[in-house]
Design a protein around this ligand. Structure first.
Ligand SMILES: [Zn+2]
Length: 159
């Protein structure tokens, strides 16, 4: 079982929120053990449980048995990890402020070596390379504030 020590963002001038994820373990039909610990995080326990349920059902379809799962708080962090994307609550911030905050978050992850190959607790998924940052479309300025973002009270930096 991996270390579930929560990561705590240390700078009070940038807002941060609790983030949730899970670890799922199961056994395949051939007896081999397997596990999944997504780098992506959810905004709520409910959202993390919904994702866990989807992954569990998929593994059941593939013949997995003997499951165990841990849903846990990954930490209190200013940006959520999504699939080649980071999101945050807008909290009244301008685009410029959000991008400055993202810059500091990426620097903090790298300075603390939280994204070290496959073993680090965080995967930046390419966000360490600034030229990848974009809004909704290829070539558009980040962050994305599309209808989907607004409706879910988040802004996204795609990369
Ligand atoms: Zn969007």
């Amino acid at each position: 079982m991996r270390d579930h020590e929560p990561l705590i963002w240390p700078f009070e001038d940038i807002p941060a929120w609790p983030q949730y994820t899970f670890e799922l373990r199961w056994t395949m039909a051939d007896g081999k053990g397997n596990s999944a610990q997504p780098k992506m995080t959810a905004f709520s326990l409910e959202e993390a449980l919904q994702t866990l349920a989807r992954v569990y059902e998929k593994r059941c379809d593939e013949g997995g048995t003997d499951y165990s799962a841990v849903v846990y708080c990954k930490g209190v962090l200013p940006f959520h990890m999504e699939w080649f994307c980071h999101s945050t609550r807008p909290a009244g911030r301008s685009d410029v402020e959000i991008m400055q905050h993202f810059e500091r978050y990426v620097a903090w992850v790298l300075d603390n070596r939280l994204d070290t190959d496959h073993d680090g607790p965080i995967s930046l998924m390419g966000a360490e390379e600034r030229w990848r940052w974009r809004g909704e479309e290829e070539g558009s300025a980040p962050p994305c504030r599309c209808k989907g973002c607004v409706e879910s009270d988040r802004v996204r930096i795609n990369h």
